[in-house]
Design a protein around this ligand. Structure first.
Ligand code: NAP
Length: 271
């Protein structure tokens, strides 16, 4: 039996176990997906221990995504983002990947959204970094707006240094930035468990495709405002689904049963 898992603290309410186990059941794979919650300072050590114990693959979440970089061989994208959310022990040394970035792209693709033109990314934390690099890698011009402008500036500099096109902006200029934007990604935690949006309603318009990384609740204030403005919307569960799909396919070599994983994820979110 293969063992996969999630490393984080806390991981108690993670949606990844039901999503991955639905895929194993669907394909008849002899595998389990479990959660590991080591102390906050033990991230890199925990990855090494998991490898020694024969764990085949790990997802990594808060607060370990940066610490784990030192315990694996990160691919180019994970190294540029500065965070790993997927470890593959099927290689020697184990490799680190960032499927938040690739998951975001696949979430848009699932909705037939063309990633071209101008993107606005709100937020410059882990999800914001993944989004900015993913969209810049697609050739998009990326405006990064963040409450702490220095973090947006650092991210824009990193993206530009890696060959992309990005600029930093304060949150109160979002309206202007959105006027000729094609894509909006909200990568802040605003709207999580609260009916608030970091994006002013009147900046939203019908030519936008909007993805909110927040998935609790599924239908955030931002997504409601965006739908009212005629924009296409992609909820955060699609990004969560596709980061899991990417990890599953890397680990197992099988094409993921996306519909089964999506059903399991959405049922768990509703429960
Ligand atoms: P993080 O690294 O802690 O970053 C949080 C971001 O939110 C920062 O840019 C922060 O700005 C901003 N922020 C927080 N409170 C704010 C407020 N009151 N007003 C304006 N901005 C505020 O967190 P993260 O890992 O990037 O996660 C961000 C969100 O994305 C979370 O809801 C997380 O669940 C979600 N996420 C979803 C997926 C998915 O697969 N759907 C994957 C990863 C993350 P400052 O820099 O100014 O603090």
């Amino acid at each position: 039996m293969e063992v996969y898992g999630l490393l984080g603290n806390p991981v108690g309410h993670s949606l990844s176990p039901p999503m991955h186990e639905a895929a194993y059941d669907h394909l008849g794979l002899d595998a389990r997906y479990v959660t590991f919650e080591p102390p906050a300072e033990a991230g890199a050590r925990a990855v090494e221990s998991a490898g020694t114990l024969g764990v085949a693959g790990l997802n990594v979440t808060i607060p370990f995504k940066q610490d784990v970089l030192g315990a694996v061989d990160p691919d180019d994208l994970a190294a540029r983002i500065g965070a790993v959310n997927t470890v593959d022990f099927g290689t020697d040394p184990p490799t680190g990947h960032n499927t938040d970035a690739t998951g975001l792209v696949r979430a848009f693709e699932h909705h037939d959204v063309t990633l071209a033109g101008r993107a606005v990314v709100v937020g410059a934390g882990g999800a914001g970094r993944a989004a900015a690099f993913a969209l810049a890698d697609r050739g998009m011009t990326v405006d990064i707006a963040n409450r702490t402008v220095a973090s947006a500036e650092a991210l824009a500099e990193d993206v530009t240094g890696a060959g992309g096109t990005a600029t930093a902006h304060p949150l109160d200029t979002l309206g202007e930035r959105l006027a000729d934007a094609d894509i909006l990604v909200d990568a802040t935690s605003v709207g999580m468990e609260e009916d608030r949006s970091a994006v002013p309603r009147d900046g939203l318009h019908a030519d936008l495709a909007v993805l909110d990384a927040v998935y609790t609740p599924i239908e955030t204030r931002l997504l409601r405002d965006a739908a009212d403005a005629g924009a296409r919307t992609v909820d955060g569960a699609w990004m969560l689904l596709y980061q899991g799909v990417e990890a599953f396919e890397r680990w197992t070599g099988h094409q993921a049963p996306v519909a089964a994983m999506n059903d399991a994820l959405r049922s768990s979110l509703e429960a």
